[in-house]
Design a protein around this ligand. Structure first.
Ligand code: C2E
Ligand code: MG
Ligand code: MG
Length: 261
């Protein structure tokens, strides 16, 4: 796996414009605390309780204000630098859980997004463990969200990296499922904890009977496989009603709450 990882990584760095000076600059900006963690709650449909939250990165620009990830993540991915932000966010998640523990507050699970190129980072799990060591919060409250934007050739690599994350005791979630190349086979080889149905499917629940049928079957698959199902991008009570009827476990979306600092 590591040889393959290095191959993909090298290819990425050569095709992208990995630049050590820019990396230095990024690390400085991270140290200055200009990347912020926002949290968006997830709630269990049956109980109505908040069950956890997703950590979403924002950048605070002194002139432009708060900037969303879509504006800077693609560039950082192309340059092979996103892992620095992802690991920073992972640390913020640990720190947040630790502060809740210290205040005697009940813990909620927090998930963090790792880009494809972060997953290919050399010694990723070792780097993650090193950050975790500082806080030592219960690992079952930390979930790593990965996406499936892997080409056919890389699927095997994705599965092996996913397995390593699980072996280290963290939860694993598959994000944006149903957005593009949803590979059902991946569900049979990776013991995922959570599957997140992409918001395009949720927004299609009303307009398309076919979408509703597809969502229903994905949800059944989750249930039978013992995977927690989350619908993302839920914006209305009507969508929630359909999801409840179709057997969805959890929701996330503006209907509940926007991401908050
Ligand atoms: P995602 O992981 O699928 O996160 C969900 C996105 O949907 C978030 O956008 C969230 O604000 C948005 N959203 C939540 N509820 C609703 C809703 O009801 N309707 C609609 N239309 N949208 C909703 P955001 O925060 O702009 O993040 C966009 C993407 O950027 C994320 O998609 C994720 O792929 C990526 N991202 C965010 N933070 C990080 C990070 O720390 N590292 C990496 N690698 N990627 C990140
Ligand atoms: Mg996500
Ligand atoms: Mg998503």
């Amino acid at each position: 796996v590591i040889a393959k990882q290095n191959f993909y990584k090298r290819e990425e760095r050569e095709s992208g414009r990995y630049n050590p000076h820019r990396m230095e600059g990024l690390k400085k900006v991270i140290q200055q605390g200009l990347f912020k963690m926002y949290l968006q709650p997830k709630a269990e449909i049956s109980s109505g309780r908040v069950s956890g939250a997703e950590a979403l990165v924002r950048f605070e620009d002194e002139r432009l204000g708060i900037i969303g990830p879509d504006k800077f993540i693609p560039q950082l991915e192309r340059e092979g630098m996103i892992y620095a932000v992802d690991l920073y966010m992972f640390g913020r998640v640990c720190e947040t859980l630790k502060s809740w523990m210290d205040q005697g507050r009940p813990l909620l699970m927090i998930s963090v997004n790792f880009s494809r190129s972060t997953l290919l980072e050399e010694n990723l799990t070792e780097q993650v463990e090193e950050i975790w060591e500082k806080y030592q919060v219960p690992k079952e409250y930390i979930e790593i969200e990965i996406t499936e934007s892997f080409g056919e050739m890389e699927r095997e690599t994705l599965v092996q990296i996913g397995q390593r994350i699980i072996e280290h005791g963290f939860r694993l979630s598959l994000d944006d499922f149903g957005a593009q190349y949803s590979n059902i086979a991946i569900l049979s080889v990776l013991p995922l904890h959570e599957l997140k149905l992409d918001k395009s499917l949720i927004h299609g629940l009303f307009s398309s009977d076919n979408t509703r049928i597809v969502v229903k079957h994905f949800l059944n698959l989750c249930k039978e496989l013992g995977i927690q199902s989350v619908a993302e991008g839920v914006e209305s009570a009507e969508q929630l009603d359909i999801l409840r009827e179709l057997g969805c476990g959890y929701i996330q979306g503006y209907y509940l709450n926007k991401p908050v600092p």
